[in-house]
Design a protein around this ligand. Sequence first.
Ligand SMILES: [Zn+2]
Length: 85
Amino acid sequence: MRILALAFIVITSGCASMPPSPPPGSPVQQCCVCKHRRDFACLNVRVTPATPRAVYEGRPYYFCGESCLCEFQKNARRFVPDAGR
Ligand SMILES: [Zn+2]
């Protein structure tokens, strides 16, 4: 079990902007910027009140960090190819 816990820490610490201790049981969304980049280390985002988010075309999107939020706000259509259809 200790090896598993260590591996988990190594994987999650790759994402510097992850909240330090997300509350258990909070919903998980995918960071659409990381999905677009195939950056799977930061793909899953736990939704907390502190999670960076944006609403685009009436739908909420969640991000693993402020940098992904900035990228999304610069060119949201790039990361949401089916928006506006
Ligand atoms: Zn991201």
